[in-house]
Design a protein around this ligand. Structure first.
Ligand code: 0YR
Ligand code: MG
Length: 373
């Protein structure tokens, strides 16, 4: 599997329901910034990282793939996964500037493409190559009905629809108004509509401070929340540990963390109960496995964040024994040869060989953005 070429690409796929907001972002497109890696035996692997479709920074990620990492991969054997990950991640000049951020998103796209190649070579879906599925059905929780931009009536209608008509038993609602009591009334309305048996998680996307979170939790505890996700600034271990000690609501986080060491800080401090690694931010599957194993060693559940909107994470989640469910946001599913599939609120295991990241020709044509201005 000698690597013949490594080509970056950028797709901007529109979000069907138009623009949506959480507490910190308003977006109308999802960015798919990827690597296409071809080997001398004619195999083609794809990996990508998910972005908010900001073209200037997407171009930096693409340049990192094409200009910084690609020359280090040409002629190498794609089968040497761990060795190649170290070659890229620990390259002296790149390590100096690239241990997180844009470069780590680029590294993730490449690492996923290398795993995609290995799974295609083996003729197996990635979950099977990794060791097989540890669950028959993978429960999904629906985020796509909980946006902060929805009116309270639309929020309640969407939550009711996916519970009553689509079989979801778990939903997530965005929070983060300046006045947290607005969020409380929205959650109360949803709880009244869906009843006591549907789990409701909430996600503040890092917006609030510790006093606001404590005020919110004092009222929210009566609403039986499944978890409180990213209540405060992403790197603030101490405040999350303080909140975890002050409330009965479990804390979930991880989508903004770049490496296993960052997770170790939160896990070691007792500041997280649901561990949410994201392969598209963590430098790829190689580092994701380290995080999931570390969580598993502490008996903490893993529920991946789906920056890839589930295409790769469904493989990792069917396989890794610490996984208890997976987020569901279907925005970009039609861009892929084998889209994520849901039935009765559960993911179905992908069947095609690879990591689920091969875009359709139609998506490559319709949504491709120029690499340079
Ligand atoms: C919008 N899931 C999240 C959306 C979502 C974000 O930026 O992607 O809300 O990724 O926090 O848990
Ligand atoms: Mg989140």
């Amino acid at each position: 599997m000698r690597i013949r070429s490594v080509e970056p690409f950028i797709l901007h796929a529109p979000i069907a329901q138009g623009s949506i907001s959480d507490s910190t972002n308003t977006i109308s497109h999802w960015g798919i910034v990827g690597a296409r890696i071809e080997t001398e035996d004619g195999l083609v692997g794809y990996g990508f990282t998910g972005t908010h479709a900001h073209l200037a920074s997407d171009r930096l990620i693409a340049a990192c793939i094409g200009d910084c990492y690609a020359p280090l991969l040409l002629g190498e054997d794609a089968a040497d996964g761990d060795r190649l990950w170290l070659k890229l991640a620990r390259h002296p000049a790149l390590q100096w500037v690239a241990r997180a951020g844009i470069a780590h998103l680029a590294l993730a796209a490449i690492d996923i493409a290398l795993w995609d190649l290995r799974a295609k070579k083996a003729g197996l879906p990635l979950w099977k190559l990794l060791g097989g599925a540890t669950v028959d059905r993978l429960e999904a929780y629906n985020t796509d009905i909980g946006w902060l931009s929805l009116t309270r009536d639309a929020l309640v209608a969407g939550c009711t629809r996916v519970v009553e008509q689509e079989g979801f038993r778990r939903i997530k609602i965005k929070v983060g108004h300046d006045d947290p009591m607005i969020d409380i009334t929205r959650i109360e309305a949803v709880r009244r509509a869906v009843g006591p048996h549907v789990t409701i998680a909430v996600d503040a996307n890092g917006k609030w401070d510790l006093p606001t979170c404590k005020r919110f939790c004092a009222r929210a505890e009566a609403l039986d929340l499944f978890w409180f996700e990213e209540p405060m600034w992403y790197d603030d271990v101490r405040s999350h540990a303080a909140l975890a000690a002050a409330t009965a609501i479990p804390i979930a986080l991880g989508e903004q963390l770049y490496n296993a060491d960052a997770f170790e800080g939160f896990i070691g401090a007792g500041a997280v109960h649901y561990v949410q690694p994201d392969v598209t931010r963590l430098g790829g599957i190689t580092e994701y496995i380290r995080v999931a194993d570390a969580a598993h060693a502490r008996r903490l559940p893993v529920v991946a964040h789906v920056g890839d909107m589930g295409q790769v994470h469904v493989h990792l989640s069917f396989w890794h024994p610490a996984t208890t469910m997976l987020e569901y946001i279907p925005w970009i599913r039609d861009c892929f040869v084998e889209p994520i599939a849901i039935e009765d609120g559960h993911y179905l295991p992908p069947q095609a060989p690879g990591a689920g990241c091969t875009p359709t020709d139609a998506a490559l044509q319709a949504y491709r953005m120029p690499l340079r201005g």
